[in-house]
Design a protein around this ligand. Structure first.
Ligand code: GLC
Length: 571
């Protein structure tokens, strides 16, 4: 590079960092950060480690890549990061097949890198949460290798082995969530082992006390290392019917074109699941301020409420997935679902999430192709101003979109290969984080990335958005700063407003005599709402708004298409 060009590049860097700093709102401290219930006022951020940042330029992300971006996460206002599994693994299910719970996969780094990440996080007030894959291990885990070797091996009962129903026939009709039978025969002992997911993910036998103590020992080992909690994977599959009763048939075909069945006997054995999770909570409570987050898919909010435990002695944070199944912008549905969790019978604290590594990003679920960014901003306002903990998924803060494979041969996620074209798998929501407009979006220094970079990376990236006052990134920062500094948003009550409106979702948050109104236009048309009576006043001060508001008249509040506003009511 010539000296002149280098000088120019330096100048550009200086201008863009200065601009970025000018545009970003100052992030107030999180007052609850050191308290036992810090997680209630926190923003969590899920990181898919393969896809966040690749510092050794081998095509997949690594722990040092996370450490390198802690300052970015701090500037966003993130209090805790949940890292999807980074333990040694054959990577059949990209880490959800763990072959050693107490180490780091060399692809991602070393235990020393993890220690450094924990320490650097602590310096910045960012806590590390790991993913605990409790239902199954990899078939390459030493426990399974032992278990499979003979019927009398001491580890035999770590897994679920049964005789077939007849020669060549599995013990029952259960089908795997990832396609095919959930049993695989092993010729060494001529018995079948059970796997709810892939055959390479044999289920642990949680009825064996030795499994329980080995797993609890793992939890303690990580807590002692300084992690602040676990996200518990697939908890509803921990136990199965010991009598192995067949599942009844359901209508139609499953995603893999096999006859569908009702999964009533191979999952959701709730009394045992709850009892086990309550024991794990006791282990967790041996360490101060530690938290359990659950991958808690439930049909109803009442079932979800059970995960808090009868005396709030189970999971502090069962994830409320009931927005994940909402695929259109329907205020009545969001209102109803928010009210359901607000009034849950355990009085448990709501935990909201819109996107994760298993589901189509919400920008695409709700996007209409024309207003995707506006919709992403409007949904961010909902996620970050409801009463509850928010869990973000990496990239949503810059409006990253799904980038689904177009051809079967490009698919990496096995369920996509097995289920193509009906089930395309989860690659689309797992593409590399878009850091800047350079090669590979700054994810690495040019090596072929494990998953293609989104085609919009030249404009949708952290560096470009940091310098743009109106970007999605700065909107997230504004909302997170506001939820920390505004008492009504921090821990105020929630009340739905204008409850019959099927175009605009409005609600009030109240604390210490302050009322803050949030109004979200979920349509592509301008809307007018009248909230003055319910809000207790017609004047207000705009705290945040996606579009300029001409006037704050809560009796006649005019909203642009997909506008989100946050207004403090003046009494
Ligand atoms: C959970 C994970 C998913 C994984 C599955 C099996 O649902 O979120 O990614 O494939 O469990 O471990």
């Amino acid at each position: 590079m010539s000296t002149l060009r280098r000088l120019f590049a330096l100048l550009l860097l200086f201008v863009s960092t200065t601009l970025a700093q000018a545009a970003a709102p100052a992030m107030p401290p999180n007052r609850a950060a050191s308290q036992a219930d810090w997680w209630k006022h926190a923003v969590f951020y899920e990181i898919y480690p393969r896809s966040f940042a690749d510092t050794n330029n081998d095509g997949t992300g690594d722990l040092n890549g996370i450490t390198a971006h802690l300052d970015y996460l701090k500037s966003l206002g993130v209090d805790a990061i949940w890292i999807a599994p980074c333990f040694p693994s054959p990577q059949v299910d990209f880490g959800y097949d763990v072959s050693d719970y107490k180490d780091i996969d060399p692809k991602y780094g070393t235990l020393a890198d993890m220690d450094r990440l924990i320490a650097e996080g602590r310096k910045r007030g960012i806590k590390v949460i790991l993913d605990f894959v409790v239902n199954h291990t990899s078939d390459k885990h030493a426990w399974f290798q032992q278990s499979a070797s003979s019927k009398t091996n001491p580890y035999r009962d770590f897994y679920i082995w049964r005789d077939g129903r007849a020669p060549g026939a599995p013990p029952n009709n259960w089908s795997s969530a990832f396609g095919g039978a959930s049993w695989k025969v092993d010729s060494r002992t001529n018995q079948w082992y059970y796997h709810f997911f892939y055959p390479e993910q044999p289920d642990l036998n949680w009825r064996n006390p030795k499994v329980e103590s080995a797993m609890f020992d793992t939890a303690r080992w990580w807590f002692r290392r300084g992690i602040y909690g676990f996200r518990l994977d697939a908890v509803d599959t921990l136990f199965e019917d010991p009598a192995l009763t067949d599942n009844p048939p359901a209508e139609g075909k499953d995603a893999y074109d096999a006859p569908a069945q009702l999964h009533v006997n191979d999952k959701n054995r709730m009394s045992e699941v709850h009892a086990e999770l309550q024991k794990l909570r006791k282990v967790t409570d041996e360490f101060q301020g530690r938290v359990l987050i659950g991958e808690t898919w439930t049909e109803t909010p009442a079932q979800l409420a059970e995960y808090y435990g009868p005396h709030n002695d189970e999971l502090q944070m069962p994830m409320y997935f009931n927005f994940m199944t909402v695929n259109k912008l329907a205020p009545q549905v969001f209102r109803e679902r928010v009210e359901a969790i607000e009034h849950n019978r355990s009085n448990g604290w709501p935990v909201y999430v819109l996107s994760n590594h298993d589901n189509i990003r919400h920008i695409d679920r709700y996007g209409d192709g024309q207003h995707n960014v506006a919709i992403a901003k409007m949904m961010a306002a909902m996620l970050l101003t409801l009463r509850g903990t928010a869990i973000l998924y990496y990239g949503e803060e810059i409006a990253m979109e799904n980038n689904d494979p177009k051809r079967r041969e490009d698919v990496q996620d096995i369920i996509g290969r097995l289920g193509w074209p009906r089930e395309k798998g989860r690659d689309g929501e797992r593409t590399p984080m878009q850091w800047d407009a350079t090669e590979n979006a700054g994810f690495n220094r040019g090596a072929k990335t494990w998953m293609p970079v989104g085609p919009d990376y030249k404009t949708t990236n952290v560096a470009t958005e940091a310098a743009d006052r109106d970007s999605t990134l700065n909107w997230y920062r504004t909302l997170i700063a506001l939820r920390r500094s505004e008492p009504a948003l921090y821990d105020g009550s929630y009340t739905s407003l204008d409850a019959k409106n099927d175009k605009v979702f409005s609600y009030a948050r109240k604390a210490g005599g302050r009322t803050v109104i949030v109004s979200l236009n979920m349509t592509a048309m301008p809307q007018t709402v009248s909230l003055a009576d319910e809000a207790g006043g017609s004047h207000g001060r705009v705290l945040a708004s996606t579009n300029a508001l001409k006037a704050v008249d809560l009796g006649n509040l005019k909203l642009e298409p997909f506008q989100a506003v946050v207004i403090e009511v003046e009494k």
